[in-house]
Design a protein. Structure first.
Length: 147
């Protein structure tokens, strides 16, 4: 698992989280968990809309994870700026309204108690008038299995 948090020009932060498997294909139940995570990740950009509450995004992420039978890992995400963790939090109790110009990282983590395994993916998004733009461009499917 790679969690990259970088501060670029002007001191602004970006975060990207990726889970990869090295050398071998994971067992089928863990690969199913990974593929479920990638499916959830692909829909997050559609959930990050202006005038939506951070708690609504968090509720959607939680519901997606649990409907597939997995447990929840870390907090679902947070704002990014001059600090790596800023408000709003992508949390069930954060009623902050998303607005254009906000930079948010969303990083769902799926946990399997049966397999004692976890997969995690996270990306940084810019909220705009028309929705959200993903700022982290590395597709996790491209690095699923590394040799």
């Amino acid at each position: 698992m790679m969690n990259t948090e970088l501060s670029g020009p002007g001191g602004y932060w970006i975060q990207m989280v990726r889970t990869s498997f090295f050398g071998i294909r994971p067992k089928s139940s863990i690969e199913r968990m990974y593929d479920t995570l990638i499916g959830i990740r692909s829909e997050i950009v559609n959930q990050l809309r202006p005038n939506r509450k951070a708690s609504e995004v968090a509720t959607w992420v939680r519901n997606e994870i649990t409907k597939f039978g997995f447990n929840i890992g870390v907090n679902f995400g947070h704002g990014l700026g001059l600090d790596v963790v800023e408000r709003p939090l992508v949390h069930l109790k954060d009623e902050t309204i998303l607005k254009p110009g906000m930079v948010i990282t969303v990083h769902p983590q799926l946990v399997s108690q049966i397999d004692q395994a976890t997969v995690w993916s996270g990306d940084t998004y810019l909220i705009s008038d028309g929705g959200a733009e993903i700022l982290t461009k590395m597709d996790p499917v491209d690095i699923k299995i590394l040799s």
